[in-house]
Design a protein around this ligand. Structure first.
Ligand code: NAD
Length: 251
């Protein structure tokens, strides 16, 4: 039931952080991965995917650029023959008090975290629908998509993560007739470059993050993979339009 063997999964933000961990976890379980990211070279760690067997390719694209993203997803469908799953994990964060958030902070955050997710899912779902085989989409919201994480100052990010959950609710209803399930996970504080950048800008945040959940520690990206595998596989065929918190007991 938890099998993802031979499924083709598109993962944005797949060069590092959570996206890379999802790609690796799925590859280890037998999936084929099409990773999309901005980075020119995804780095030597990306080679770990090829050691899993299966077919894995890296595509350089900006998820906010519709033409480039469409051409990339067309290429993926041609290169792999089908698309069975989609994880739009590319995301950015701006940590600045609300009154100091610039229009660029808001526009950049919404462009990647909402518009990028919307377009990626729309383009992948169009392929799944045309194939007639259906598929599974796992979006990435956040505990910031459930409540204020004050004293963090991430208003644009928070708005974007609430938007992801709203999008999931709406399109799960619309895509069910195409046999496409759409869910999201909401990670808590997980050790990645994104979290590191927030902690470097404000060192008091590390203590705040570590004491923010029942387990009193930061999470590792591998600790999210089980939930993603479940949602991507036939273990969850009656599950759609839902969000799953994986946050060490934060809320
Ligand atoms: P990260 O910064 O480590 O990795 C994000 C990746 O997305 C990078 O490889 C980056 O190059 C890519 N990316 C950014 N903008 C892009 C664009 N326009 N086009 C293509 N790729 C782009 O961040 P992360 O911590 O791995 O975050 C991944 C997702 O998980 C984000 O949506 C983030 O909001 C969410 N999240 C993270 C945490 C956490 O604690 N780390 C918690 C909750 C949610």
């Amino acid at each position: 039931k938890f099998l993802v063997k031979d499924k083709v999964v598109v993962v944005t933000g797949g060069a590092r952080g959570l996206g890379f961990s999802f790609a690796l976890g799925l590859a280890q379980a037998g999936a084929n991965i099409a990773a999309i990211d901005l980075d020119v070279a995804p780095g030597p760690h990306f080679e770990r995917l090829s050691q899993c067997g299966g077919k894995h390719r890296y595509y350089r694209a900006d998820v906010t650029n519709y033409e480039v993203l469409k051409a990339t997803i067309d290429s993926i469908a041609r290169d792999f023959g089908s698309i069975d799953g989609c994880i739009p994990a590319a995301g950015i964060i701006r940590d600045r008090p609300f009154l100091q958030h610039t229009p660029e902070d808001l526009i950049d955050t919404m462009n990647v975290n909402v518009i990028g997710v919307f377009l990626t899912v729309q383009l992948c779902a169009a392929k799944m629908s045309a194939q007639g085989t259906g598929g599974s989409v796992v979006c990435i919201s956040s505990t910031a998509g459930h409540r204020s994480l004050f004293p963090q100052t991430i208003s644009a990010y928070t708005a974007s993560k609430y938007a992801v959950r709203g999008l999931v609710k709406q399109i799960a209803s619309e895509l069910a007739q195409h046999k496409i399930r759409v869910n999201s996970i909401s990670p808590g504080v997980i050790k990645t470059d994104m979290l590191e950048s927030v902690m470097q800008a404000n060192p008091t945040r590390r203590k705040l993050f570590e004491s923010s959940n029942a387990m009193q520690r930061l999470g590792n990206s591998e600790e999210l993979v089980g939930m993603v595998l479940c949602l991507m596989s036939d273990a969850s065929t009656f599950t759609t339009g839902q969000d799953f918190l994986v946050d060490g007991g934060q809320i």
